[in-house]
Design a protein around this ligand. Structure first.
Ligand code: ADP
Length: 238
């Protein structure tokens, strides 16, 4: 059984390498195309010029996110990841993650709804790591949405915890796979139906980060279609 498991892991790993290459190639190609157009001056108006520059910025940010994800994942896997915990405002972390996605949300025609409860407690976290966790969920919500492009982000409190919810109206996760998608390299059977590509490390990474904070990562099907992913963090001492 061990060798079957090892073969399975070896296959997943090799798929992972090819998926990473693919993930990196897409933004790189977009950056090159946009830069080439700018260099050759083949654009019609000043507005077009700006649009090409903005594309380059958006795609570079996407590249950074992919690289950050993989680096953090490899640090966690090898036990080298360290966390710097400070009291932070959860709303500020979520807002800054959202900001990075705004151009993409706008370009793809998403409706964004943000609900942040008043007087939220602070949380004792590594700001960058929680930023990565939140960004992974937002990125997935965008990636796995098809016609109904709605993103709802909520921050609230329940008992001694702060809840960050990212809800979409996307393809959802088959009920039998709701646990497995948090395993490294695992992609759900319906993930490759559409055009969404990925490396399968985002949710594993998100869960490890939440574990390191004494928190949880939850998934529920959303009523009326789609998914709700929830990060649960213990309240910090105020
Ligand atoms: P990937 O790089 O494949 O997106 P993740 O680890 O982020 O990797 O997610 C693992 C799998 O979970 C995805 O391949 C997809 O099948 C599923 N998934 C994650 N988020 C969503 C979502 N918002 N809606 C539907 N399926 C999702």
């Amino acid at each position: 059984r061990d060798s079957t498991r090892e073969m399975h892991l070896a296959r997943l790993r090799s798929e992972f390498v090819s998926n990473v290459s693919h993930e990196l190639r897409t933004p790189l190609a977009a950056i090159r195309m946009n830069a080439e157009t700018l260099v050759t001056g083949r654009y019609r108006s000043p507005e077009k010029h700006d649009a090409f520059l903005q594309n380059i910025m958006r795609e570079s940010e996407r590249l950074s996110r992919i690289v950050d994800n993989i680096l953090t994942f490899s640090q966690i896997e090898s036990g080298r990841k360290t966390y710097e915990m400070h009291p932070e405002d959860p709303a500020a972390i979520v807002r800054s993650a959202l900001e990075a996605f705004e151009p993409m949300l706008e370009k793809r025609g998403f409706h964004l709804e943000v609900q942040i409860a008043d007087g939220l407690s602070s949380v004792l976290v590594d700001r960058e790591a929680i930023g990565i966790a939140v960004s992974n969920l937002i990125s997935n919500a965008i990636k796995y949405s098809t016609e109904d492009k709605q993103l709802a982000v909520t921050i609230d409190e329940r008992d001694e915890t702060v809840l960050i919810e990212i809800a979409d109206r996307g393809i959802g996760v088959p009920s039998t796979e709701r646990e497995r998608i948090f395993e490294k390299f695992h992609r759900a059977s319906n993930a490759s139906d559409g055009t969404a590509t990925g490396t399968g490390v985002g949710l594993a990474l998100t869960r490890s980060i939440m574990d390191a904070h004494g928190g949880q990562t939850e998934l529920e099907p959303r009523q009326g279609g789609g998914s709700v992913f929830r990060l649960v963090l213990p309240k910090g001492d105020n």
